[in-house]
Design a protein around this ligand. Structure first.
Ligand code: PNS
Length: 168
């Protein structure tokens, strides 16, 4: 049985992430999607919110588990007997950072191999930060995030933006 892990910030999950999740779930017996922390980023959604959104958009996928962890990916990898790390690649601009992460993870745990899945052509330009900007200024998110969470994300991000403006 092969278990893969798809780690990320998912702040929030987008159609780009869901594309990778769906495709990876057909390649492995089990796929764990785990919300991790990049200490250099600031997040708009709490970890329970991100886990909740991921659970909603993947409810039809049978071999999937959604989790979160506040430590190193390689520690989670070891504790859960994971075989491989999956990451999506959108463009060459992603490559340098992804290459560095893959090598760091392999250095920390020589068993931690990373496989890259190229983003589907229609999602290559979608990112969580782009989604956040569009939502905060009231733009239409329906093409960028799954339909079941689109209203929730828009409302939540617009409210956050208003709070930020009021503080200025
Ligand atoms: O979606 P992101 O922000 O590109 O995901 C990056 C993430 C969260 C997967 C990465 O920062 C991570 O693995 N964080 C956990 C801490 C860790 O293991 N860091 C060492 C790998 S560079």
């Amino acid at each position: 049985m092969k278990t893969a892990i798809y780690p990320g910030s998912f702040d929030p999950v987008t159609n780009g992430h869901l594309d990778i999740i769906r495709r990876a779930s057909t390649m492995f017996d089990k796929l764990i999607v785990v919300v991790l922390i990049n200490p250099l980023k600031s997040y708009s959604f709490s970890i329970p919110e991100r886990v909740g959104l991921l659970s909603k958009v993947t409810s039809d996928i049978k071999n999937i588990e959604i989790d979160s962890y506040d430590g190193l990916l390689t520690d989670y990898f070891k504790q859960h007997n994971v075989d491989v790390i999956v990451r999506g690649l959108r463009a060459t601009s992603d490559f340098e950072h992804e290459f560095q992460m893959a090598h760091t993870n392999k250095d920390l745990n020589p068993d931690a191999e990373t496989v890259f899945i190229p983003a589907s052509a229609n999602t290559t330009f979608i990112s969580s930060s782009m989604v956040k900007q569009v939502a905060m200024f009231g733009g239409d998110l329906s093409k960028y995030v799954p339909t079941v969470i689109h209203e929730e994300i828009s409302t939540r991000l617009k409210a956050e933006f208003e709070r930020q403006l009021n503080r200025k």
